[in-house]
Design a protein around this ligand. Structure first.
Ligand code: HEC
Ligand code: HEC
Length: 298
């Protein structure tokens, strides 16, 4: 991880430790700090939107300036520049336009691709669950991202956008849910779109009903990083926490070690796209809630 990011992760971590309890931490946080925490940990926007070098490592000082190219039978799209640059980023988008892109997957009615829906690679169906205060915080933080000029190649669409609804996001969350650790965990797992990768996959679709968390989605030659490195054909494993086929026999510390440090129980270092580089900054309480939720999945 570049020094700048490590420093940022450290600051976020210290900010988290300084306050006692999760509620105290969020109550004391400014919207920009909350947005930075979300974007740079659980949401891992940079996992797609930041460029990497040939070894797959993030490039210091180029964060959010455009990244991964994703190719499927329906589209080839590069995660665009989401810095505040007015020509090549989202500097001239209004707050409402940014929120619409996140929640509905629609572009503004101006610019080169005016009104065109975003390819399903952008995890809009999950972001639909974002609580209004978190959405405000994300936008507030994105406004602080320094402008970088970089135009990504335009998307190519070969089929209409087909976005899969995610049941937990459709049902929605409310602040009142968050006295319950399992519900807080469900919220984090939803906005972190963990299950987009970790659910049963067939014919280009996830099964979020009968295969939630069962694993099986392959990441290989269809996904290409901006500068070459690929995801080595790795398959997302079963992460149901109440079944032996998944994480049922793992201790909480072992699950935490995979999520925050990228090390599986058998000791192997997890490959991308598992976003542990970002999850490393998650607060203890948030990881505990994520694990509590995973433990409810059979
Ligand atoms: C799994 C990869 C992925 C993740 C994670 C992701 N995005 Fe995206 N995003 C994309 C892709 C790919 C596109 C472009 C789709 C297209 O061109 O049709 C996109 C488009 C966008 C756009 C529209 C930009 C434009 O110029 O049209 C915005 C804004 C955006 N993403 C913000 C975010 C934010 C903020 C996050 C984190 C909360 C995020 N994205 C997480 C892949 C991702
Ligand atoms: C973009 C896809 C993707 C997302 C999003 C994702 N993961 Fe993963 N995850 C993977 C892949 C692929 C692996 C396997 C990597 C390897 O073995 O090299 C993995 C591995 C894991 C493991 C280790 C399990 C084992 O049996 O080795 C755990 C635990 C895990 N992920 C939990 C999560 C959680 C919790 C989230 C959300 C906060 C999440 N993942 C988000 C793709 C993803």
């Amino acid at each position: 991880m570049p020094a700048r990011w490590r420093r940022r992760a450290l600051i976020v971590l210290i900010a988290g430790l300084a306050s006692v309890g999760i509620d105290a931490a969020t109550a004391a946080e400014t919207p920009v700090a909350r947005g930075s925490y979300l974007v740079n940990t659980i949401l891992a926007c940079g996992n797609c939107h930041s460029p990497r070098d040939n070894a797959g490592a993030a490039i210091a000082d180029r964060a959010f300036s455009g990244g991964l190219t994703i190719s499927t039978p329906a589209f080839t799209a590069t995660a665009p520049n989401i810095t505040q640059d007015r020509d090549t980023g989202i500097g001239d988008w209004t707050d409402a336009e940014i929120k619409r892109a996140l929640l509905e997957g629609t572009r503004p009615d101006h610019g080169e691709l005016a009104g065109a829906p975003l390819a399903a690679a952008m995890p809009t169906g999950f972001y639909k669950a974002l609580l209004p205060a978190d959405l405000d915080a994300i936008v507030a933080y994105l406004r602080t991202v320094k402008p970088i000029k970089n135009r990504v190649p335009p998307p190519i669409y070969t089929a209409p956008v087909r976005r899969q609804p995610y049941p937990e996001a459709e049902a929605g969350f409310a602040n009142a849910d968050f006295t319950n650790p399992v519900r807080r965990g469900a919220y984090l797992v939803t906005i972190g779109h963990c299950m987009e990768c970790h659910s049963t996959w067939s014919a280009g679709r996830s099964d979020f009903v009968n295969g939630l968390g069962h694993g099986g989605r392959p990441f290989g030659p269809t996904l290409v990083h901006g500068l070459g490195a690929d995801w080595h054909g790795v398959v997302a494993p079963n992460i149901t926490g109440a079944s032996a086929a998944g994480l049922g026999t793992w201790s909480d510390a072992e699950i935490d070690n995979a999520i925050r440090h990228g090390i599986a129980r058998d000791g192997h270092r997890l490959l991308q796209p598992m976003a542990f580089v970002f999850y490393a900054g998650l607060r203890d309480g948030d990881v505990a809630d994520i694990i509590a939720y995973l433990r409810t999945l059979r």
